[in-house]
Design a protein around this ligand. Sequence first.
Ligand SMILES: [Cu+2]
Length: 119
Amino acid sequence: MINVVSVFFKKNLLLVLIALIGLAETAYSQHSVLKTKHIVEIKNMKFNPSELTVQKGDTVVWVNRDIFPHNVTETENKKWTSATLQQGKSWSKVITESYTYYCSLHIVMQGKIIVTSKH
Ligand SMILES: [Cu+2]
């Protein structure tokens, strides 16, 4: 049994190595090309974290982990808003500038995203 496994492994070692190198390269290039994804949890009538610093082009995902529906709405000019997010639903946005936002259903719920320019 061990011999069979050993032979199988030796025969396929090169293929396994090639596959692993391929995976590592894919992971590496995705890491350097793709922007970061940040999660903001909505829980207990709060955005968490309420203040988040991201780099330009990063994606922020808001996830409603509360029992109430909420939304994510830009504060200053209502430039954008998510749909109403029921429990368990999420909404994402690519961030290119700093914003303050709130939940228009519960105006005490407020949050902030700060964009840093360094990349
Ligand atoms: Cu709300």
